[in-house]
Design a protein around this ligand. Structure first.
Ligand SMILES: Nc1ncnc2c1ncn2[C@@H]1O[C@H](COP(=O)(O)OP(=O)(O)OP(=O)(O)O)[C@@H](O)[C@H]1O
Length: 558
């Protein structure tokens, strides 16, 4: 019973942006909408008067005031800044480990897993909480979470926010800002790039915290090479080739493996996280035949890799909007993965495939990262809900759109890019759902640019609307899943994994309506297993189809 209650509490308080200052004991009305006491009082006054029209719910100029718990403390904020591989996180985690209670917030599930594992191994019980996992450990006073799950309602002795420079990220920056302003901790350790220091100092001027900056130097050398790789025949053990399209990753893997001297592990964003870790482990393992890595910028964070040399196959990437050159910080972050301190290759090297790219590589590595000018922000559910009361005929798409257009911000903030949310909202608005249900679907982990994922979300929402309960098996109709035979089919399997991941996410936030979490989790594991089956063999294009045809995953497709 205790753990059930705990889970229920997590479900509400940890929905990103949901009732950051909520006190759920006040009334059933609040429980329903998850709105804070102050906001509730305010709304009561406004609902009976003409005051609503005067109150500007789009005023986001004072986001630090949204977190009364954190504002009750004078926090000691320590900024650990420096290049990659300089021991910033190491020192912050040492403090976390020795604290009486604490929270680690990282940008990736892989990082949260790693920290939870590390603390538990050091006999510091630590829960793991991400959008898709809740692993509660008896007696834990520590938590390792993904930054979107940062808890701003509890008090901690120590908190760590990793990769804090991501507060400038146009899509996820607002979650880092929320952690920065909202976590109530005596000590708040922020690890990241020095480019974020002036902005953080500026943002924290109004919070009355003590801010200290600790600078770090790289622990092992990184040597930029003036000579390009030239040809794939010059590849050697420990090399990592970086490219930015999935197609190119497999193309390069094939070209290297055709030379018959090396086998390649691969790492890219749409691979399931556990597959990424296993590919990395295989590459790191000296006894494995997979001695070369072909990867996207997904290696930039979260994986411990024994890389000797980084080779950029290109310095341009498509960022979802346009084809552009990599930024100085992106080049430094990726290049910095070579030569990890105390690893098999303590001295790192970096070069390019194309001689024309060498000047940009060298100049980027010797430049400081440009200063980050502004931090992301976004409305929480409370404000959106009240805004919706002023516009009762609006769907969530219109509310979000109007909100973003009309939001008032102070100079050091920008409003988050909510393009993905708007895409979900456009689909969800077709259905007769309450605003809070719509909000949940809208902030879910779906990738709307992936056809299968967006189709999955639509089916989940339709089924929820019709039956109030979503059974996993009813969603996967025959033909949704096919035995992978090609590059395209492998991609489809990755998308199916994303849909299952979405189901698990929804099951944590709308527990009673998504009861098949365990089934979804086990199907996810099978999906990754089949993907690894492809990647683990010599020549990914020739899978052992006989073995795959008997995969239990077929049961999903009816
Ligand atoms: N004092 C130390 N003693 C032992 N190992 C250390 C020490 N400092 C750092 N390391 C190890 O060196 C590696 C790099 O450290 P860490 O991850 O803290 O660097 P970072 O600056 O946070 O890098 P990044 O920005 O790339 O995440 C890690 O494997 C870490 O465990």
């Amino acid at each position: 019973m205790g753990s059930l209650l705990f889970r229920r509490r997590l479900s509400r308080t940890l929905v990103p942006g949901w009732s950051d200052n909520a006190d759920f004991s006040r009334s059933s009305w609040q429980l329903k909408f998850g709105t804070s006491y102050g906001v509730y009082q305010c709304l009561r006054k406004l609902s009976s008067s003409t005051g609503a029209k005067k109150f500007d719910f789009t005023d986001l100029t004072r986001p630090h005031t949204w977190y009364p718990n954190a504002r009750r403390k004078r926090r000691n904020v320590i900024l650990h800044v420096g290049p990659t591989n300089s021991g910033k996180t190491y020192h912050a985690l040492k403090r976390l480990e020795s604290s009486s209670s604490g929270i680690y917030c990282g940008p990736l599930r892989l990082l949260a897993w790693e920290v939870a594992q590390r603390l538990n191994k050091a006999k510091v019980p630590c829960d793991l909480i991400t959008g898709q996992e809740r692993e509660e450990v008896d007696g834990a006073k520590h938590r390792a979470v993904t930054v979107e799950m940062a808890d701003v309602t509890s008090d901690y002795n120590c908190a760590v926010v990793d990769e804090i420079q991501m507060l400038g990220c146009r899509t996820r920056g607002f979650s880092f800002t929320r952690a920065l302003l909202g976590i109530s901790a005596d000590e708040l350790h922020l690890c990241g790039d020095a480019a974020a220091v002036p902005l953080i100092q500026e943002l924290l001027k109004v919070t009355d915290d003590n801010v200290k900056v600790q600078y770090y130097e790289r622990l092992s050398p990184l040597i930029p090479l003036k000579v390009p790789l030239g040809s794939f025949s010059n590849i050697r053990t420990g090399d990592c080739i970086v490219t930015f399209s999935r197609y190119e990753i497999y193309n390069i893997k094939k070209r290297i493996e055709n030379g018959r001297n090396h086998l390649c592990s691969v790492v890219y964003g749409s691979l399931p996280p556990e597959t990424r870790t296993r590919q990395a482990t295989m590459f790191n393992d000296e006894s494995s035949d997979f001695d070369v890595l072909v990867a996207s910028d997904a290696i930039g964070m979260g994986l411990n890799l024994n890389i000797s040399r980084i080779i950029f196959s290109t310095l341009r990437k498509f960022d979802g909007v346009e084809m552009r050159e990599l930024s100085v910080s992106e080049i430094k972050q990726i290049a910095g993965r070579a030569g990890r301190y105390r690893s098999k290759f303590p001295v790192g090297e970096v070069t390019c495939l194309d001689p024309d790219d060498i000047p940009l590589l060298l100049s980027s590595l010797s430049s400081p990262s440009p200063i980050i000018e502004a931090s992301g922000t976004f409305s929480n559910f409370d404000l959106l809900f009240m805004y919706s009361r002023l516009h009762p005929n609006y769907g969530i798409h219109q509310i979000l759109e109007h909100f973003v257009e009309n939001a008032k911000l102070s100079e050091k903030y920008f409003i988050a890019d909510c393009e993905q949310m708007l895409k979900v909202a456009a689909v969800i608005d077709e259905l007769p759902l309450s605003l809070n249900d719509k909000y949940l679907f809208t902030v879910s982990s779906v990738d709307m640019d992936d056809d299968i994922s967006s189709q999955g979300l639509t089916q989940f929402a339709q089924s929820y609307c019709k039956n109030g309960i979503v059974r996993l098996k009813e969603i996967f109709t025959p033909g949704t899943l096919k035995v992978p035979k090609s590059h395209k089919a492998l991609k489809e399997l990755e998308s199916i994994h994303k849909v299952l991941d979405l189901y698990v996410w929804l099951s944590f936030h709308m527990e009673d309506s998504f009861p098949d979490r365990e089934l979804a989790a086990s199907q996810k594991a099978i999906c990754s297993m089949i993907i690894e089956e492809f990647l683990g063999r010599d020549g990914w294009q020739k899978p052992n189809l006989r073995k795959l045809r008997h995969s239990p995953l077929k049961s999903l497709s009816g």
